[in-house]
Design a protein around this ligand. Sequence first.
Ligand SMILES: [Fe+2]
Length: 358
Amino acid sequence: MFSPMPARYTTATERPRCLIVDDEPRLRQVLMHLMRNDGFDCLQAQNGEEAIAVLERQTMTLVMSDLRMPQLDGIALLREIRGRWPDTAVVMITAVADVEVAVSCLAVGAMDYLTKPFHLEEVRARVAQALEKRRLVLENRGYQESLQEKVAVQARRLEELFLASVQSLAEALEVKDPYTRGHSVRVSHYSVVIAREMGIDGEMLRRIELGGHVHDIGKIGVREDVLNKPGKLTNEEYQHIMTHSMVGWKILAPLLGEMPEALNIVRSHHERFDGRGIPDRLAGTDIPLEARIAAAADSFDAMTSDRPYRPGLSMEEALAELVRCSGSQFDPRVVDAVIAAVEGGTFTLIGRGELVTV
Ligand SMILES: [Fe+2]
């Protein structure tokens, strides 16, 4: 008698199943007897075609298949199993003369092969080895899948933490400069609407949305007496406040390295299409598209918001101003997109009546 099968193949949850495929009834019987004694549920088939019919009804832990059979032979069956039931281990059974072919089966994905005539102890050893290989392959795959899952969860968590820290910066600015409240959210919204109109989507759109939220973050570095001055600014004060795009860029560059488009908005939203803007005096398409979009969104919101010293312009007046400055302050393509979005009904005035500064 053979010693019982190792416990790992005969767990209560998974009783291993074995399919014996051979055109010799005598050999099938011997192997069925052996495998049943070792704790397997066993089925048999006379050729490859029959074997596939069995596999289509029931998943198998192990297939032991002869190489030479009428109709579908062992190699064709092996290929079919690798493609359709990759978790099933296959051990080939072959005559000595076919050893070379049997070895080539390993390349196709057989776990092992047996040469006839064989000792039953040898069968047991090969089967145990094949199932151990199968277990390792499955375990390795499961490990990789759970690792990928863990990495994805960590990446999401990191992004959440990152966005939370950026958000807290934006909130810090709102405390310091209550007039900017709502401005960043509206600039972000308008920028996204314009970008969509220009055919931008996916990750780029997300970055534009974030860039809009943080575009004025550099105002954290602006003196409060200047930031909250109700009257007209002196030239020096104006120059000071306009340093905010570079200050913001310096604050966020270490955080937003992975999102260059958001950083471009922070740095370049006060550039002008004619090259007379700040901080780099970029002109035309040298200004990143996302910054040209944010510039129009920023100005539109500034114009339509009330100031301590004047009410905001109407939607029509602000649009007329964008058109008037198309080609000088603003990219004509962006202004065209604003007009198209207005006509399409996606660009509408939001949050009217809130106070904003520069
Ligand atoms: Fe700004």
